[in-house]
Write a protein that binds this ligand. Structure first.
Ligand code: 4NP
Length: 170
């Protein structure tokens, strides 16, 4: 990784629904703007159940409808590699919901680098009481994945703008 590269890890519970979609949408946006060399992008889950699996078919389907292919394989968050500056840790740890955020913090994630994804959503700016969780769509129907996709797309645009202006959290 080059010194001026910005690294972003999207984090949810299972790493098969929300964070792979966030990873794919953010990668797509970065590619569209010709910014690939500037970023390292990945995703992980706080849980271990789906390690090694491809994203949920419903996440793949909504991504495909928007011209995006999801290529990640589920991994569990690993404090030693994902948080540590000296072994390739990520500059930004972007949680899909408050439970994911709190779980990361409880296993030692550096607080200044941990953010809720929707806190970057420009549509929510100026609304301090806005709901900032990306809801877990796993146990619901396909419409939940469309809803998550819309949130992820909007938050990704705001996150990219923020990171270009603020490459490091601290
Ligand atoms: P994700 O959704 O956190 O968005 O990947 C889930 C996937 C699997 C489970 C829960 C949430 N699960 O309990 O297996």
């Amino acid at each position: 990784m080059s010194a001026d590269q910005i690294s972003v890890l999207f984090v949810c519970l299972g790493n098969i629904c929300r964070s792979p979609l966030a990873q794919g949408v953010f990668e797509h946006l970065v590619r569209e703007r010709g910014l690939e060399p500037r970023f390292r992008i990945a995703s992980a889950g706080t849980g271990h159940w789906h390690i090694g699996r491809p994203p949920d078919p419903r996440s793949c389907a909504v991504a495909t409808r928007h011209g995006i292919t999801l290529r990640s394989r589920a991994q569990q968050i690993d404090p030693a590699t994902h948080f540590d500056d000296h072994s390739g840790g990520f500059h930004w740890l972007i949680a899909m919901d408050r439970a994911n955020r709190d779980d990361m913090l409880s296993v030692g994630a550096p607080a200044p680098r941990v953010r809720l994804f929707r806190s970057f959503d420009p549509d929510l700016a100026g609304r301090p009481d806005a709901e900032l969780d990306v809801p877990d769509p796993y146990y619901g129907g396909p419409e939940g994945f469309d809803h998550v996709f819309a949130m992820v797309r909007s938050a990704s645009a705001g996150l990219l703008d923020h990171l270009l202006k603020n490459p490091r959290a601290m």
